[in-house]
Design a protein around this ligand. Sequence first.
Ligand code: NAD
Ligand code: TYD
Length: 360
Amino acid sequence: MNNFNKNILITGGAGFIGSHVVRLFVNKYPEYRIVNLDKLTYAGNLANLKDVENAPNYTFVKADICDFEDMMRIFEEYSIDNVIHLAAESHVDRSIKDPFSFARTNVIGTLNLLEAARRSWVEGRDGVHTVSTHRFYHVSTDEVYGALEFDNTLFTEDTRYDPHSPYSASKASSDHFVRAYHDTYGLPVIISNCSNNYGPFQFPEKLIPLFINNIRNNKPLPVYGKGENVRDWLYVEDHARAIDLIFHEGKDGDTYNIGGFNEWKNIDLIKVMIKTVDRALGREDGESEKLITYVTDRAGHDLRYAIDSTKLKNELGWEPSLQFEEGIAKTVRWYLDHEDWMNNVTSGDYQKYYDAMYGR
Ligand code: NAD
Ligand code: TYD
């Protein structure tokens, strides 16, 4: 027993979105103990959390969600009564090369956590579990809904699941397990499905940090296909705020879509990044457009994602706080100012991955 109101396990807290969620919860809720569980794969970095590492309500545990016995031990040792689950393999291109690791971490890993929660909360230690004392929050993606055409349709919470990549198939499968644990065992669960995030601390294999870094270093910008695919971009701190709100006020067993109503065709977004970086570095406007290199399209490349987050707005009052122009300017500034962070996360096997991906 301890003096904290809640003992929250945040998985994947050393990753991109997880680190923003951990920071928000550690600073905003000194009455909660935040246990950050992360395996520290290539995508996890404790440098993302330097500013909170000594906070009295923060603990880091290095562990693998694929190890069920270890999950049981951690639930017991830290009296875990709430989970915000973000740990995952998250990159579509990697999932095409190695689907098994996505099934292991995203499906089996999620199942291990659900089962540890069920044994601790429903059957074991805690016995009584209500939404006010216990909650299993599963952070998911809009990619489970598949792809939209170039029209005005949006993904709603009722859109039929239709995943196409091994990544989205593994996330869809984990979503189904979460709902099954609610419906079968009465586990208090909640799910959110969010659109593409951008902002500080994102690993530079994803479009925005990869391209900012390459523009700075005068390296080719590998645009898949014709650059016509559309994504709906949300600033990562707005996602973290939505998670905070849904965690505290969302309805048991429910699903919420999170998105920015902010659709960009890849090539248009890339030109905005080029303009912003070139200006910041004192280059001629558009000078780095020569770096654009059209490469073979991603297999099964989803054409368009776009989220309808009306339910979250109407029921819980959430809206994105940042305009995209402001968000992208802040993001570019952050990566240009944090070359040390970039060098740190791209040491190790990064160059091998990059060369294998882009054949350079
Ligand atoms: P990320 O790849 O940056 O971070 C994932 C984290 O999980 C890393 O710290 C990694 O070390 C950890 N991890 C991986 N495997 C693990 C394991 N077996 N055991 C313990 N820890 C492990 O991912 P992200 O972009 O921050 O995404 C976080 C979550 O949000 C994921 O579940 C993802 O599906 C979801 N999501 C991401 C986006 C996005 O745009 N990035 C959008 C919607 C939803
Ligand atoms: P990404 O950041 O990988 O996110 P997701 O695939 O989950 O949407 O990619 C965003 C878009 O950018 C997607 O349409 C693929 C495209 N893309 C490129 O054109 N080149 C690249 O090098 C990368 C990483 C992505």
